[in-house]
Design a protein around this ligand. Structure first.
Ligand SMILES: Nc1nc2c(c(=O)[nH]1)N[C@H]1C(S)=C(S)[C@@H](COP(=O)(O)OP(=O)(O)OC[C@H]3O[C@@H](n4cnc5c(=O)[nH]c(N)nc54)[C@H](O)[C@@H]3O)O[C@H]1N2
Ligand SMILES: Nc1nc2c(c(=O)[nH]1)N[C@H]1C(S)=C(S)[C@@H](COP(=O)(O)OP(=O)(O)OC[C@H]3O[C@@H](n4cnc5c(=O)[nH]c(N)nc54)[C@H](O)[C@@H]3O)O[C@H]1N2
Ligand code: SF4
Ligand SMILES: [Mo]
Length: 823
């Protein structure tokens, strides 16, 4: 399982997993190893630097549950029922690979400013203006819930349960009762499934392309060794992976990366169009490359490895299918192997030499050769990839192409090696809120939810990747939007979404459940004000942890503000109106559910160090230590016959017959490529697109330390610490008269925004970069004034996964106002 926002399945060892598969999954790895783990119980080795509480002050353990890939405890200092200040973990030894402190980042430490933010939702609201205008009137909880119940009944009666959709939302995915992702594990899903179900989606904004590709490559979700395994490698390569920003907590990967790299002085190479904070002087080399060209770079590296005889042939013969003619499936063309493609014996007759790749990637041929030789000569190579490069127009190809490098060098299943995919880690198995199965079988690719509002009737398995049924029966008429800002802010092409949501006859009802008046909340018909984590109790987890899995008991620190109610209470009330209250609550309160989940966890783990419920509440965090980093697919490596992969061949499918079948049967556009082996092809809106005449600059996005997506985006202090700005190289800024700090307009085919320029050689020429998640704030002309990237992005999906190519964009930038700021 991956280390990421989507830790659900990893820790969720008692639940049915979507990403985890049975053999070699981290979920089971965790179960298998946790009992042999080295334990550093809280009480024995704690190094508590307790800030003395004032007489009238209480300290309550809470947590930050946002989707940032980490998970942090917060210790709330409460006086007179108000949070006065926020600290973080102060337990455990501050040592690598021991019970280290899980320290919150600057965002979590500013939680007070989110709880007491002026944007806080106070009461249930009903829309009175147009969708998006933000005009609402206050209504009672009774009116809000009655309206929703009536609308749900109507929708189900008039269309069917498949007209009800649970929009993607990750705002509180770190909770258990409050969990907002994946949709099937939310309380909204529980309620809907008791009423006949809802339209499913598969994939997500994070990793849809790599998830889809690993299904064909490995037969299911596969992660990588945990990042602390870098201490066992000679060479570490980070393809578009930036843990210093995307895994910021002290409990997470950035800690493992920094400490592990230091421990072994592991040579580290960063491959990214930007010089990232993860590079930040710790790297040995930065290889800047053009966005969307990793597949070409990897093909050229493979060319050097093959021609210089650095390939682990025995590994490829034993564990893989389709590297060369020896293991190529009978159905494949004779010259269809990966080796044929690389050496130029395939249909394109083009050897993928470094000289071929240089003009595509922007990386000089001699640098590619040097890089390939380093890979060829290292014994243990920890190759890891982030997800930015697969959030691109050909993301499926890029992630598989990178995965190939670890295969060519036979690194899979070895300590200090890995799969070349995204880092995994040990998890602590924790009982989740029980799920109710969804009777509706239809499932859409998550990125196509807006399409399912207005063109559902034409969406089939072969045109739009519909699963479970051949074609959709009903358009989406009712949207639940719980803890998400994807109704507008986080979904691509905001101007398009805006238009689709304007039609109140198309999608008839939108319910938003949030803490703040976000840009998505402005599109709601009914807004329900939710409690924050500080205002209720929950178990919190699902953060990247390497060899130290942990969970947090977050207790209620303050009373609910205004008329906010916890999700469990509001949905229990709605369940009553829908006639399923007994089934929904099973007679338990939220606190009783927490007790139940904890009791189940204690029972199923058989872990003598787990404290009793009340002690756990006092203790706040429970940490478990493993004796070594997590190794993905270790069992498969040891014995591939006894532990086959769930792929059709039981092996790693470099050549996938399933993909060949899809390529032959799906309806694809001229510029869309699905291939059974990983290949590089030019893509729409890529570096060589004809559109560059009008929009000459590539623009990638990135996940920014200022926010977790849009969450924390309304905290002024954070905005000042890490301002929203577009990165542009001096070579591109100068001819446009742009200096550092100047106000610029960024325009794409889809829209316009204003933002300040960061003129820096940390981004390659002809590419710009903008952090995603700023709050959409259009002026009257529709130009966004806050630098919200999705006014510029495309709603066109990737060919195979039908995923969001959020980082593949073409723009032009012009100076609006010189600010006279010195660089
Ligand atoms: N252009 C571009 N777009 C992107 C991306 C990109 O890289 N580029 N990244 C994509 C990715 S990977 C993701 S995961 C998505 C993320 O998109 P979202 O899942 O929408 O994430 P957030 O923007 O953080 O929105 C979370 C919402 O939950 C709310 N919230 C927080 N805590 C609570 C709570 O306790 N209760 C309730 N009810 N609400 C709460 C917040 O106020 C916020 O409105 O964005 C995607 N969009
Ligand atoms: N602070 C913070 N942390 C977060 C989040 C957040 O919003 N804020 N979001 C969380 C979530 S939900 C997710 S899914 C993850 C996202 O994690 P990622 O998807 O890994 O993060 P990104 O920043 O989108 O991309 C990582 C790097 O890829 C680079 N990149 C872009 N295009 C290419 C390319 O074509 N090739 C190569 N080699 N590199 C490229 C970017 O410049 C960036 O430095 O982060 C999580 N962590
Ligand atoms: S935003 Fe992430 S890293 Fe920061 S405190 Fe919250 S959970 Fe931790
Ligand atoms: Mo994500």
């Amino acid at each position: 399982m991956s280390v990421n926002d989507k830790q659900t399945n990893k820790n969720d060892a008692f639940a049915v997993t979507r990403r985890g598969f049975v053999k070699g999954s981290a979920a089971l790895g965790a179960l298998a190893t946790v009992t042999s783990g080295l334990t550093l119980p809280f009480s024995k080795k704690a190094l508590a630097i307790e800030t003395p509480a004032k007489p009238d002050e209480k300290i309550v353990w809470s947590a930050c549950t946002v989707n940032c890939g980490s998970r942090c405890p917060l210790r709330m200092h409460v006086v007179d029922g108000e949070i006065k200040w926020v600290e973080t973990d102060n337990t455990g030894l501050d040592e690598f690979n021991h019970s280290h402190q899980v320290r919150a980042c600057l965002r979590g430490r500013s939680m007070r400013r989110r709880v007491y933010n002026p944007d806080r939702l106070k009461y249930p609201l009903k829309r009175v203006g147009k969708r998006g205008e933000g005009k609402f009137k206050r209504i009672s909880w009774d009116e809000a819930l009655d309206t929703i119940a009536a609308s749900l009944d109507d929708t189900i009666k008039n269309y069917g349960n498949d007209a009800v959709y649970l929009n993607y939302g990750t705002g509180t995915l770190g909770g258990t009762v409050t969990k907002s992702w994946d949709p099937s594990s939310t309380l909204v899903a529980r309620l809907m499934n008791l009423k006949g179900g809802y339209l499913n989606h598969y994939g997500d904004y994070s990793a849809a392309a790599i998830e889809c590709m690993t299904d064909f490559f490995y037969g299911g979700w596969v992660a990588n060794n945990s990042m602390d395994d870098i201490q066992n490698a000679d060479l570490a390569i980070f393809f578009g992976n930036n843990p210093a920003e995307t895994r910021m907590s002290g409990g997470g990967q950035t800690h493992n990366y920094v400490e592990g790299q230091q421990k072994n002085r592991t040579r580290t190479i960063i491959i990214d169009p930007r010089y990232t904070d993860t590079a930040g002087g710790r790297e040995d080399q930065w290889v800047p490359l053009r966005h969307g060209t990793d597949a070409a770079l990897c093909a050229a590296i493979a060319h050097v490895l093959i021609t210089e005889d650095k390939v682990d042939q025995a590994f490829l013969d034993t564990y893989c299918v389709g590297y060369d003619a020896k293991t190529l499936p009978a159905s494949a063309p004779k010259n269809g192997s990966y080796k044929d493609y690389i050496l130029g014996n395939g249909n394109d007759k083009t050897p993928k030499t470094p000289e071929w790749a240089a003009p595509i990637t922007g990386v000089p041929a001699e640098d590619i050769i040097k890089l390939a030789r380093e890979i060829g000569n290292a014994k243990r190579i920890y190759i890891t990839q982030g997800w930015g490069l697969q959030r691109s127009a050909s993301g499926e190809q890029a992630c598989k192409a990178i995965g190939m490098l670890s295969l060519l060098r036979g690194q899979v299943g070895l300590q200090g090696g890995g799969t070349g995919l995204r880092e995994g880690d040990h998890g602590y198995p924790f009982q989740r809120f029980p799920k109710v199965p969804n009777p509706v079988k239809a499932s859409i690719p998550m990125f196509l939810w807006t399409d399912a509002i207005y063109r559902a009737h034409e969406m089939t398995d072969k045109t739009d990747g519909i699963r479970g049924v051949e074609r959709l029966q009903n358009p989406i008429k009712f949207i639940w939007n719980y803890a998400g800002n994807c109704l507008i802010n986080q979904h691509s092409d905001i101007n398009r979404t805006h238009k689709i949501l304007q039609d109140e006859k198309a999608c008839e009802m939108i319910v938003v459940i949030d803490n703040h008046m976000t840009s998505s909340a402005k599109y709601a018909d009914i807004v329900l004000p939710d409690c924050t984590t500080s205002e209720q109790s929950d178990f919190c987890m699902d953060g990247a942890a390497g060899s130290m899995p942990y969970f947090i008991f977050a207790s209620q620190a303050i009373k609910p503000r205004f008329e906010c109610r916890p999700i469990y209470d509001m949905l229990s009330d709605l369940a009553k109106r829908l006639g399923v209250e007994k089934e929904f609550t099973e007679g338990r309160t939220q606190e009783e559910w927490l007790q139940w989940m904890y009791a189940q966890t204690v029972k199923q783990n058989n872990d003598p160090d787990l404290p009793d419920y009340d002690t756990m509440r006092q203790q706040g965090i429970y940490k478990k230590q493993h004796d070594r980093p997590y190794v993905e697919l270790e069992d498969f490596r040891k014995d591939p016959i006894a532990n086959p992969l769930p792929s059709p061949s039981g092996k790693i499918e470099i050549y996938s017959e399933q993909l060949a079948e899809i390529a032959a049967t799906w309806e694809l556009d001229e510029d869309e490529h699905i291939t059974p082996i990983p290949e590089y092809h030019p893509t729409f809106d890529g570096w060589d697109s004809p559109k560059r005449k009008q929009f000459p600059l590539q623009m990638t996005g990135f996940h920014y330390k200022a926010r977790a997506h849009s969450t924390y985006g309304n905290v002024e202090l954070l905005k000042a610490a890490a301002p929203q700005e577009i990165w542009i190289n001096p070579m591109d800024a100068e001819p446009r008269g742009i200096k550092n700090g100047d106000l610029v307009q960024v325009e794409s085919e889809f829209g316009k925004l204003q933002v300040c320029a960061k003129v820096t050689p940390r981004i390659i020429p002809h590419t710009t970069a903008l952090g995603e998640g700023a709050w959409y704030a259009p002026n009257r002309e529709g130009t966004d004034m806050n630098g919200s990237i999705n006014v510029l992005t495309t709603a066109r999906p990737t060919p195979l996964a039908k995923a969001n190519p959020s980082h593949t964009n073409l723009v032009e930038i012009k100076l609006l106002k010189s600010m006279g700021v010195k660089a």
